[in-house]
Design a protein around this ligand. Structure first.
Ligand SMILES: [Zn+2]
Length: 225
């Protein structure tokens, strides 16, 4: 006898055997993985929105939209762990199911350390943890550290923003040694907006490890059009 765990859909609250029910799932508009061959840089819209970044590959579930936006906000500000589980399940099912090559290691985007000490919660770590639980991926949260607060930057000029980004991330010597074990890793953030923070982390890792293949994943993209 198959025992089905009945729970309430995270979106519509109706009872469901999955964290997001089939009706809510069918209502979502997700990126087409086959059309873009698991690389949304092949989508003209995404490519234009991320025209200033160096990373050649990006994978995400969807544009930032309801109800994913609501689930992400409640995870970030109200520490709703079931939302991390639901979103990770969607991500694994939709984005990773038929991916040609899974990376070996996932590195969640760190928060600036004072911010982390204050909040004691990083939504990207919670999401990555759930993704790892459902795949064979390793996670390492101590490879890259964030020395500067890089957000909010909305009131800064482009030049000020670039200056602020310089040396925002660091890779310690010990982390550098651990990285030598890997050929293919992924940087993960809950949401990518301009891509500038992600790009800074990407460049820092690549500078020290030119041999590494570094993919970029996020749950949602909020690109300016
Ligand atoms: Zn539902």
């Amino acid at each position: 006898m198959k025992i089905t765990l009945v729970q309430n859909c995270l979106v519509c609250k109706q009872s469901s055997d999955t964290s997001i029910c089939q009706f809510c799932f069918d209502d979502l508009t997700l990126f087409d993985m086959d059309r873009y061959q698991h690389n949304l840089m092949l989508s003209p819209k995404v490519n234009l929105g991320l025209s200033k970044v160096d990373f050649p590959q990006v994978l995400a579930l969807a544009d930032y939209q309801w109800p994913l936006s609501k689930l992400l906000t409640a995870l970030k500000f109200s520490k709703q762990i079931p939302n991390a589980q639901g979103l990770a399940t969607l991500f694994v099912k939709h984005c990773l199911n038929s991916i040609p090559a899974l990376p070996q290691l996932i590195i969640p985007m760190p928060l600036y350390k004072n911010r982390y000490l204050y909040r004691k919660f990083n939504q990207s770590i919670e999401l990555a943890k759930q993704i790892c639980r459902q795949t064979q991926l390793d996670m390492d949260t101590s490879i890259i550290s964030r020395n500067k607060s890089t957000s909010p930057q909305t009131n800064l000029s482009a030049a000020q923003r670039r200056r602020n980004m310089q040396n925002a991330f660091a890779v310690s010597d010990a982390a550098q040694l651990r990285l030598k074990r890997y050929k293919h890793i992924v940087l993960f953030d809950d949401v990518i907006t301009t891509g500038s923070t992600m790009n800074c982390a990407y460049r820092t890792l690549l500078k020290h490890n030119p041999h590494l293949k570094i993919d970029v994943w996020s749950i949602c993209l909020t690109l300016a059009h």
